[in-house]
Ligand binder design. Structure first.
Ligand SMILES: *Cc1c(COP(=O)(O)O)cnc(C)c1O
Length: 340
């Protein structure tokens, strides 16, 4: 349907890779998330004003997708161990208008999703996985993207599976949902110049689809390399001012999109690394409820203390499958000499 051969081929391969019946590509991860909600609204499964629980410690797109679809993001706190939503934080944010939960596999980690899924099925809440950082993560329960009712991926160049420019994809087992997303992403049209919905224009172009089909073949190897680097960082970084992340409970459940450590002296650590020409980033410096764009958003009665604490202490050190063993040794050495 109005999609070129390369795009159709990539959609088939990616659906098979994730383990869902459908994959529908579009222009960005944000659009992929937003179209899931818009499709549910036009299918009558959600209504304008319904609430969706979103972790406060995520990239802004997680909340924007909900807002743009005319739904209300309810920010929930995350677990300090996993940085992902925990069932308790979901329960704290629930109201009688809550209809869905967006679980973000932050930094590439699916940790905690099993319990979140159980809670969603017990309470009949729709579960969307924001898998923009978790391409290829696998748990006994299923791959990132195949665990909830629907999921979105981003192919922004810096992601684990990156295109040459922007791109995204929604995945689901639900035939009606996939069909509706496809129509909405194509100006609401199934037949050229006949518009059954008020859709948007959001597409992945053919060149990017061809590029992604090739890169998909390397994704598992790239993720394996990321795991190796993460294992070295975890084993070899030794500094009283640096806390490395815990080992994931399922080894393949984490694809280490980012390697995020905590430090009680973060600004100095960042300056030290910068002097040694090691680039770091903060994911994320401002939680969603403290962003100007979400001024006045309601927060749970107990606040969002973990998300706020993380924003002040996390720092992402280099993580990429193209780092050499020498690069990794140099980064570890720099971490270990900080403050000495
Ligand atoms: C990158 C990202 C998105 C958005 O993807 P785009 O392709 O940049 O629109 C959404 N959620 C998370 C967690 C992300 O990291």
């Amino acid at each position: 349907m109005l999609k070129g051969q390369e795009t159709e081929h990539f959609e088939d391969s990616f659906a098979r890779y994730v383990g869902t019946r459908h994959a529908v590509t579009n222009g960005s991860g944000l659009d992929a998330l937003r179209l899931i909600f818009e499709a549910w609204i036009t299918l009558g499964r959600l209504r304008a004003g319904d609430e969706v629980i979103v972790p406060a410690n995520s990239f802004i797109a997680s909340a924007l997708a909900v807002s743009q679809a005319g739904l209300v993001p309810k920010l929930a706190d995350v677990s300090s161990a996993t940085h992902n939503l925990a069932p308790e934080s979901i329960v704290d944010a629930l109201t009688e208008r809550t209809r869905a939960v967006m679980a973000v596999h932050l930094y590439g980690s699916t940790e905690g999703i099993d319990a979140v899924r159980d809670l969603c099925s017990d309470r009949q809440l729709l579960l969307v996985e924001d898998s923009a950082q978790a391409h290829g993560a696998r748990r006994p329960l299923g791959s990132a993207g195949a665990i909830g009712d629907a999921a979105a991926f981003s192919f922004y160049p810096a992601k684990n599976l990156g295109a040459l420019g922007d791109g995204g994809c929604s995945v689901t087992d639900d035939d009606d949902l996939a069909d509706r997303i496809r129509v909405l992403a194509n100006y609401g049209s199934r037949t050229k110049y006949i518009h059954e919905q008020r859709g948007i224009n959001s597409r992945l172009d053919e060149a990017n689809a061809a590029f992604l089909s090739i890169k998909l073949k390397c994704l598992d190897d790239d993720n394996a390399r990321r795991r190796l680097i993460a294992a070295r960082y975890r084993a070899e970084i030794r500094n009283e001012h640096v806390e490395v992340p815990e080992a994931p409970s399922a080894a393949d459940g984490h694809v280490w999109h980012l390697f995020v450590v905590h430090s009680d002296r973060r600004a100095e650590l960042q300056a030290h690394l910068e002097r040694l020409q090691i680039e770091t980033m903060i994911h994320y410096p401002v939680p969603i409820h403290l962003q100007p764009a979400y001024a006045g958003v309601s927060t749970p009665p107990n606040g969002l203390p973990v998300a706020e604490e993380l924003a002040d202490s996390v720092i992402s050190i280099p993580m990429s499958p193209v780092l050499s063993d020498g690069d990794v040794s140099r980064i570890i050495h720099a971490m270990n000499t900080f403050g000495r």
